[in-house]
Design a protein around this ligand. Structure first.
Ligand SMILES: NC(=O)c1ccc[n+]([C@@H]2O[C@H](COP(=O)([O-])OP(=O)(O)OC[C@H]3O[C@@H](n4cnc5c(N)ncnc54)[C@H](O)[C@@H]3O)[C@@H](O)[C@H]2O)c1
Length: 134
């Protein structure tokens, strides 16, 4: 039976490790076409990409180093995914921190970046027809 993510391409923020990386693996296990890993940690990102390529194949993964609080970097990550895979169907806004002392940064990453991401994706989708959105 075909799964809802079959053939879809997903961009996942904060996916160099933890839950974001697990999302990437789970999507691919369930038939996703490919994943774009996005994270601010370049070293972990490279390792994550290598692990996904080893487990699922090199054509299943691409990555972009980006800080989700930077609108330009976020937009570049979306554009890269579309350029590499010719489609982008799923966005998982997973990047987040827990830092109540530095709460302004926490709000920026955990809340404002989600809205920027949704807005960026929405604008790109309206301009292009690359998505079988789920
Ligand atoms: N682990 C839990 O029990 C739990 C519980 C509730 C919510 N969450 C949320 O789930 C998400 C993932 O949690 P996790 O446990 O895997 O966290 P994690 O710290 O293991 O992973 C978060 C990832 O986000 C990346 N990241 C942080 N700031 C970033 C930025 N500005 N731009 C791009 N990437 C950035 C980090 O480099 C890291 O790879 C987070 O949003 C977290 O708040 C986790």
């Amino acid at each position: 039976m075909s799964s809802v993510v079959q053939g879809k391409v997903a961009l996942i923020t904060g996916s160099a490790g933890g839950i974001g990386f697990a999302f990437a693996q789970e999507l691919l296990r369930n038939g996703a076409k490919a994943v774009e890993l996005v994270d601010v940690n370049a070293d972990l990102l490279q390792k994550a990409k290598e692990q996904i390529a080893k487990e699922f194949g090199p054509d299943k993964v691409d990555f972009t180093k980006a800080d989700v609080t930077d609108k330009n970097q976020l937009e570049a990550a979306f554009k890269k995914a579309i350029q590499v895979f010719n489609q982008l169907d799923i966005v998982i806004n997973n990047a987040g921190i827990l830092d109540d002392v530095n709460y302004e940064k926490e709000i920026q990453i955990n809340c404002v970046s989600y809205l920027n991401s949704a807005n960026t994706y929405s604008i790109l989708r309206r301009k292009n027809s690359y998505s079988n959105h789920v």
